[in-house]
Design a binder for this molecule. Structure first.
Ligand SMILES: Nc1nc2c(c(=O)[nH]1)N[C@H]1C(S)=C(S)[C@@H](COP(=O)(O)OP(=O)(O)OC[C@H]3O[C@@H](n4cnc5c(=O)[nH]c(N)nc54)[C@H](O)[C@@H]3O)O[C@H]1N2
Ligand SMILES: Nc1nc2c(c(=O)[nH]1)N[C@H]1C(S)=C(S)[C@@H](COP(=O)(O)OP(=O)(O)OC[C@H]3O[C@@H](n4cnc5c(=O)[nH]c(N)nc54)[C@H](O)[C@@H]3O)O[C@H]1N2
Ligand SMILES: [Mo]
Length: 731
């Protein structure tokens, strides 16, 4: 560690995972570190104005207000939400669940229901664990069918694949084919061997049509998994209505193309289907996510080299714990949200329910909110409604590094250290990585005096909630918690484990336990050649980390279903197929809106970093020339995009959205006619945010047009794609 300035940031060629590839956001960490708007001290709002405070003052303020509120209104009166950066920060990820548990509230939310909850649910139902999500084995794959993803911009998602472009080119060089299904000819589609437009929201229908073709043409084969799959006949019966001809109009694709996609998938020995955010953020999100894996399973590509395989992470891989090959499986709906009766999924309620839980009076009404690294005012549908609701709270705490569109509503803001002041070990991404690996990064800079790590702030919040006091030392509280956890986890072995961990504390202690008891671990001496933190640390840094090899078959060991089989026909999904059957002939709207990502942006933030913000305006509305001509839109002009009201918004005064937004038009034949694409996470013109650079070019907020009440009913995931809109020229 050192004190000083960032001179430059570059990729590390010896890195076992990235081989030196970094995206522009990595380079921009310099700007983030130096950003004058990034908070360095806690803030407390006094008489409506934020004032700087010491850490002790901030925690004292929380202790003064939160426990009394909980005592008066009950546990559910506090809502808590964790956002996307929590997936990148080991401290937030490992300690957030402790806060949620300590609060004991049902009102737990996260960005998962704006993103991948459908995939987690479908994987849980099929394979028995929320985190058993197969990824394409790209280095050996010869045919990759990709739906609703643009890894050239995103670097992959639920599939961590740095330099996707290089890997896809290598696949093409050995004769492999990449086929992209997307309503926009994206950067990824442009390099693909084939690209097909699809009507937004049509993916479940497309894949049902493909599945029907596989049954119809007797192309179904399980290969090695024969005998491990339950429910094939139920699936075959349920897909009977979905012939390629019946689904074609709904997908905006020809029946011949749909059949051909199915045949190529079935007859290419090493092939995989991959679907991502475009397939999740729709009303059939769970169905589409399920179908991706069903197609892989029934064509014999699941768990095969070059197909869709399950990574095996070195640490914190819950799907390596417990008994191999069997388990409890997953269930949903153990409780329901108070206002909309939405089922709990993975312990969470849908983000779309947060505003109404704050607005609606009665027992269990949300009176306080703790937001952790999340900006739902911009990143969730109908954020304006949420913003109004946040103003009605009795108390709000934000753990955030900026005063932004969401944290401006807080009474207390607790900032985390800069990314360069934090140690790092990827907890989430190795569960979905293209190759198994383990690497550890030391902090580059010392932290400013008094600046706690984020896990320490969470430990202090837990202590406040548990009535242990605001002035307790985080490290000591953590020691106490660890001692009791070790007893529970290791029983009679606990003293030996504690001794083996030596002087390690906090995150490093948890990481060492996870590595040593993980699938490659030394088992605290039982397997002396195995991993521990010390070994991973020595291999990291200059060494570039530890390569744990290519993806390996994991069936049936990875299964955690009660039957010990793949459950191809989960009742929840079978019932939802009836909804899709009834919906098959629904006419498609004239014009719908979808989102996109830009390589120089990260959801609703990083727009304040000069290196990323410079250059052309990125928050543009992409429209096809035919639509532009029809609507009288010209390149570079402003258009008004108005949403067409849904049944929900018609009944509720609260939920009335901002009805329209203005965005700059970019005319391009890369769009499917009838579809407009606008990135999300913009709209940095809200009063009270302190984002000087972002405010110069605030952009339009796509989520202002979207309906917080539209969800995939199974997973609770928000519908963010394929929403009917009208567009007109601003004159
Ligand atoms: N319309 C539409 N909306 C979408 C999407 C879409 O495709 N279309 N995508 C959705 C998806 S996939 C996601 S994941 C969500 C993401 O939505 P969010 O979870 O809200 O995440 P971000 O928008 O990235 O906001 C991150 C917040 O964390 C703060 N932050 C950054 N670094 C740190 C840190 O180190 N510590 C702390 N404490 N805070 C930090 C930032 O200042 C910001 O307030 O957006 C969703 N919204
Ligand atoms: N640079 C950058 N990288 C990121 C992020 C970022 O904001 N910026 N965000 C990160 C996060 S949180 C996530 S979750 C991942 C997401 O990573 P990806 O899933 O790759 O997300 P996108 O790049 O938004 O690509 C989604 C694609 O789906 C298409 N689409 C929209 N609707 C439909 C539909 O109904 N059907 C089909 N087939 N396609 C549709 C869109 O046109 C778009 O091209 O990216 C991560 N990486
Ligand atoms: Mo995401």
């Amino acid at each position: 560690m050192c004190a000083g300035k960032v001179i430059s940031i570059r990729g590390h060629e010896a890195d076992v995972f990235s081989a030196g590839y970094i995206c522009p956001k990595g380079v921009a960490l310099k700007d983030l570190h130096e950003d004058p708007d990034r908070l360095r001290t806690p803030l407390i709002k006094r008489d409506g104005v934020f004032v700087e405070a010491s850490w002790d003052e901030a925690f004292a303020e929380i202790e003064r207000r939160l426990p009394t509120l909980m005592a008066a209104h009950g546990k559910d009166s506090v809502a808590v939400m964790a956002g996307n950066p929590a997936a990148h920060k080991i401290g937030l990820l490992l300690y957030f669940p402790r806060l949620a548990r300590a609060l004991g509230t049902r009102n737990v939310f996260s960005a998962s229901t704006l993103d991948q909850m459908p995939k987690q649910l479908s994987s849980g139902l099929l394979f028995g664990h929320w985190l058993s999500i197969p990824v394409p084995d790209i280095t050996r794959c010869d045919y990759l069918l990709m739906l609703g993803a643009n890894p050239l911009a995103s670097n992959g998602s639920l599939w961590t694949v740095p330099d996707f472009k290089g890997k896809a080119k290598a696949m093409q060089a050995r004769g492999g084919k990449l086929v992209v299904i997307d309503p926009r000819r994206t950067e990824t589609a442009a390099m693909a061997d084939a690209h097909h437009f699809i009507r937004p929201g049509g993916d479940a229908f497309l894949m049902l049509g493909m599945l029907h073709t596989l049954f119809d043409e007797t192309l179904v084969k399980f290969g090695r998994l024969a005998g491990l799959v339950n429910g094939l006949h139920e699936v075959q019966a349920a897909v009977a209505p979905f012939t390629a001809d019946a689904v074609a109009a709904r997908c905006g694709m020809s029946a011949a193309t749909i059949r051909q996609l199915a045949r190529t998938l079935a007859t290419t020995p090493r092939a995989a289907v991959y679907g991502r955010i475009g397939t999740c953020t729709q009303t059939y999100g769970t169905l589409a996510s399920w179908l991706v894996d069903v197609l892989n399973i029934v064509t014999g590509h699941l768990d095969e080299a070059g197909g869709a395989m399950f990574p095996k992470a070195a640490a914190f891989a819950a799907n390596t714990a417990g008994t191999s090959g069997t388990g409890k499986g997953v269930m949903t709906g153990r409780h329901h949200s108070r206002v909309s009766a939405a089922p709990e999924v993975m312990g969470e309620l849908p983000v779309g329910c947060l505003a109404e839980e704050i607005e609606t009076a009665g027992p269990g009404q949300v009176k306080a909110f703790i937001s952790i690294a999340t900006n739902p005012v911009l990143s969730s549908p109908n954020g304006e409604r949420l913003a109004r609701a946040l103003d009605k709270l009795d108390f709000m705490v934000s753990m955030d590094i900026y005063v932004n569109e969401t944290s401006r509503h807080a009474d207390v803001i607790l900032p985390g250290p800069s990314a360069l002041e934090d140690m790092h070990y990827d907890v989430v991404f190795p569960q979905f990585s293209w190759r198994n690996h383990a690497r550890y990064s030391e902090p580059i800079f010392d932290r400013a005096a008094g600046q706690p790590d984020e896990w320490e702030s969470l430990v202090r919040l837990v202590a406040i909630v548990q009535g242990k006091g605001a002035d307790r030392d985080a490290a000591q509280l953590d020691d106490e918690q660890f001692a009791s956890d070790a007893q529970r986890l290791f029983g009679a072995q606990a003293p030996a484990v504690v001794q083996a961990l030596g002087a390690l504390k906090g995150l490093e202690r948890l990481l060492d336990v996870a590595l040593r008891s993980g699938p490659y671990g030394d088992g605290f001496g039982q397997r002396p050649d195995g991993l521990n933190l010390q070994k991973v640390k020595s291999a990291s840094g200059a060494g570039g980390g530890m390569d744990l090899g290519e993806l390996m078959p994991r069936m049936p060991e990875v299964l955690r279903t009660p039957s010990g089989k793949i459950e191809l026909a989960p009742p929840l999904v079978m019932t939802d197929l009836l909804r899709a059957t009834a919906d098959l002939a629904r006419p498609v709207p004239d014009m719908v809106i979808v989102g996109r990502r830009d390589v120089r942006s990260s959801n609703s933030w990083m727009h304040n970093l000069p290196l990323l913000a410079k250059g052309p305006i990125r928050c543009t509305a992409l429209v096809h020339p035919l639509d532009a001509a029809r609507l009288g839109l010209t390149n570079g002009s402003m258009a008004r995009i108005t949403r067409i009201a849904t049944a929900h918004s018609a009944h509720s005064a609260h939920s009335a959205n901002i009805q329209s937004i203005g965005a700059q038009v970019h005319i391009t034949a890369s769009m499917m006619p009838g579809v407009v694409s606008l990135p999300h996470g913009w709209g940095h013109n809200r009063p009270g945010a302190r984002l000087q650079v972002a405010a110069e070019r605030p952009g339009a907020n796509l989520n202002d047009l979207l309906d917080d009440q539209l969800r995939d009913p199974l997973s609770g995931n928000a519908v963010l794609s394929g929403i009917a809109v009208r567009m007109s020229a601003v004159v």
